[in-house]
Design a protein around this ligand. Structure first.
Ligand code: ATP
Length: 118
Protein backbone atom coordinates (compact mmCIF):
# COMPACT_ATOMS: atom_id res chain seq x y z
CA UNK A 1 0.00 0.00 0.00
CA UNK A 2 2.13 2.91 -1.20
CA UNK A 3 1.34 6.39 -0.05
CA UNK A 4 1.63 9.28 -2.47
CA UNK A 5 2.36 12.67 -0.98
CA UNK A 6 2.05 15.86 -2.98
CA UNK A 7 2.61 19.50 -2.28
CA UNK A 8 1.03 22.01 -4.61
CA UNK A 9 1.22 25.79 -4.49
CA UNK A 10 -2.25 25.92 -6.00
CA UNK A 11 -3.76 25.28 -2.59
CA UNK A 12 -0.69 25.42 -0.35
CA UNK A 13 -1.58 22.19 1.37
CA UNK A 14 -0.02 18.78 1.48
CA UNK A 15 -2.24 16.01 0.21
CA UNK A 16 -1.76 12.38 1.03
CA UNK A 17 -3.22 9.64 -1.11
CA UNK A 18 -3.24 5.94 -0.38
CA UNK A 19 -3.26 3.28 -3.08
CA UNK A 20 -4.11 -0.34 -2.35
CA UNK A 21 -2.11 -2.77 -4.44
CA UNK A 22 -3.97 -5.83 -5.75
CA UNK A 23 -2.68 -9.24 -4.76
CA UNK A 24 0.05 -10.58 -7.00
CA UNK A 25 -0.55 -13.95 -8.68
CA UNK A 26 1.64 -15.75 -6.15
CA UNK A 27 -0.46 -14.32 -3.30
CA UNK A 28 -3.76 -15.93 -4.34
CA UNK A 29 -4.17 -17.59 -0.93
CA UNK A 30 -3.65 -14.40 1.06
CA UNK A 31 -6.45 -12.64 2.90
CA UNK A 32 -6.88 -8.91 2.38
CA UNK A 33 -6.43 -6.66 5.40
CA UNK A 34 -8.54 -3.95 3.74
CA UNK A 35 -11.97 -4.16 5.31
CA UNK A 36 -13.58 -1.04 3.89
CA UNK A 37 -12.70 2.01 1.79
CA UNK A 38 -14.86 5.03 2.52
CA UNK A 39 -15.84 7.79 0.10
CA UNK A 40 -14.28 10.37 2.40
CA UNK A 41 -10.71 9.11 2.13
CA UNK A 42 -10.87 6.65 4.99
CA UNK A 43 -9.68 3.08 4.91
CA UNK A 44 -10.45 0.44 7.50
CA UNK A 45 -7.77 -2.16 8.08
CA UNK A 46 -8.51 -5.42 9.78
CA UNK A 47 -6.04 -7.87 11.22
CA UNK A 48 -7.52 -11.29 10.41
CA UNK A 49 -4.93 -12.98 12.64
CA UNK A 50 -6.11 -11.20 15.76
CA UNK A 51 -8.92 -12.49 17.89
CA UNK A 52 -12.02 -10.35 17.50
CA UNK A 53 -10.51 -9.07 14.22
CA UNK A 54 -9.18 -5.72 15.46
CA UNK A 55 -9.96 -2.88 13.09
CA UNK A 56 -8.29 0.49 12.62
CA UNK A 57 -9.33 3.41 10.46
CA UNK A 58 -6.81 5.65 8.69
CA UNK A 59 -7.65 8.91 6.92
CA UNK A 60 -6.20 10.28 3.69
CA UNK A 61 -7.26 12.87 1.15
CA UNK A 62 -8.25 9.96 -1.02
CA UNK A 63 -7.87 6.21 -1.09
CA UNK A 64 -7.50 4.36 -4.38
CA UNK A 65 -8.75 0.78 -4.20
CA UNK A 66 -7.00 -2.25 -5.68
CA UNK A 67 -9.01 -2.08 -8.90
CA UNK A 68 -8.07 1.52 -9.68
CA UNK A 69 -5.99 1.82 -12.85
CA UNK A 70 -2.94 3.92 -13.60
CA UNK A 71 -5.14 6.06 -15.85
CA UNK A 72 -7.54 6.82 -12.99
CA UNK A 73 -4.68 7.70 -10.64
CA UNK A 74 -3.25 9.98 -13.30
CA UNK A 75 -6.61 11.63 -13.96
CA UNK A 76 -7.02 12.40 -10.26
CA UNK A 77 -3.55 13.85 -9.77
CA UNK A 78 -3.12 15.43 -13.20
CA UNK A 79 -3.99 18.96 -11.99
CA UNK A 80 -0.95 18.80 -9.69
CA UNK A 81 1.30 17.74 -12.53
CA UNK A 82 -0.20 20.49 -14.64
CA UNK A 83 0.82 23.02 -11.97
CA UNK A 84 4.47 22.35 -12.87
CA UNK A 85 3.82 23.65 -16.36
CA UNK A 86 2.11 26.68 -14.82
CA UNK A 87 5.31 27.53 -12.97
CA UNK A 88 4.52 26.14 -9.52
CA UNK A 89 6.85 23.97 -7.50
CA UNK A 90 5.30 20.58 -7.03
CA UNK A 91 6.75 17.58 -5.27
CA UNK A 92 5.18 14.17 -5.68
CA UNK A 93 6.72 11.23 -3.91
CA UNK A 94 5.67 7.77 -2.87
CA UNK A 95 6.55 6.00 0.32
CA UNK A 96 5.70 2.70 1.91
CA UNK A 97 7.22 -0.64 2.79
CA UNK A 98 9.03 -2.68 0.20
CA UNK A 99 6.88 -4.06 -2.62
CA UNK A 100 3.52 -2.24 -2.29
CA UNK A 101 3.77 -0.56 -5.71
CA UNK A 102 5.68 2.72 -5.35
CA UNK A 103 7.67 2.22 -8.54
CA UNK A 104 4.67 0.82 -10.40
CA UNK A 105 2.60 3.86 -9.44
CA UNK A 106 5.19 6.54 -10.11
CA UNK A 107 7.11 5.17 -13.07
CA UNK A 108 6.48 1.75 -14.45
CA UNK A 109 2.70 1.32 -14.76
CA UNK A 110 1.83 2.92 -18.05
CA UNK A 111 4.52 5.58 -17.87
CA UNK A 112 1.94 8.27 -17.13
CA UNK A 113 3.96 10.18 -14.55
CA UNK A 114 7.16 9.64 -16.49
CA UNK A 115 5.61 11.07 -19.63
CA UNK A 116 4.78 14.30 -17.85
CA UNK A 117 8.36 15.05 -16.99
CA UNK A 118 10.08 13.87 -20.14
N1 ATP B 1 -1.47 -1.46 -8.98
C1 ATP B 1 -0.79 -2.55 -9.33
N2 ATP B 1 -1.34 -3.45 -10.16
C2 ATP B 1 -0.68 -4.56 -10.52
N3 ATP B 1 0.57 -4.88 -10.09
C3 ATP B 1 1.16 -4.01 -9.25
C4 ATP B 1 0.53 -2.80 -8.83
N4 ATP B 1 1.35 -2.16 -7.98
C5 ATP B 1 2.46 -2.92 -7.91
N5 ATP B 1 2.35 -4.03 -8.67
C6 ATP B 1 3.36 -5.08 -8.79
O1 ATP B 1 3.83 -5.35 -7.48
C7 ATP B 1 5.24 -5.58 -7.48
C8 ATP B 1 5.92 -4.61 -6.53
O2 ATP B 1 5.70 -3.30 -6.98
P1 ATP B 1 6.85 -2.19 -6.96
O3 ATP B 1 8.16 -2.75 -7.43
O4 ATP B 1 6.33 -1.00 -7.67
O5 ATP B 1 6.95 -1.90 -5.41
P2 ATP B 1 7.91 -0.85 -4.66
O6 ATP B 1 7.06 -0.22 -3.61
O7 ATP B 1 8.55 0.07 -5.64
O8 ATP B 1 8.97 -1.83 -4.00
P3 ATP B 1 10.45 -1.51 -3.42
O9 ATP B 1 10.29 -0.55 -2.29
O10 ATP B 1 10.93 -2.85 -2.97
O11 ATP B 1 11.25 -0.94 -4.57
C9 ATP B 1 5.68 -5.43 -8.92
O12 ATP B 1 5.73 -6.73 -9.50
C10 ATP B 1 4.59 -4.61 -9.57
O13 ATP B 1 4.45 -4.86 -10.96
Amino acid sequence: MPTITTRCCETGTIRVYCRVRPFLSEQCNEQSTVDHIGENGSIMIVNPQKQGKARRVFSFNKVFGANVSQQQIYADTQPLVRSVLDGYNVCIFAYGQTGPGKTYTMVMGNYYFFRCFS
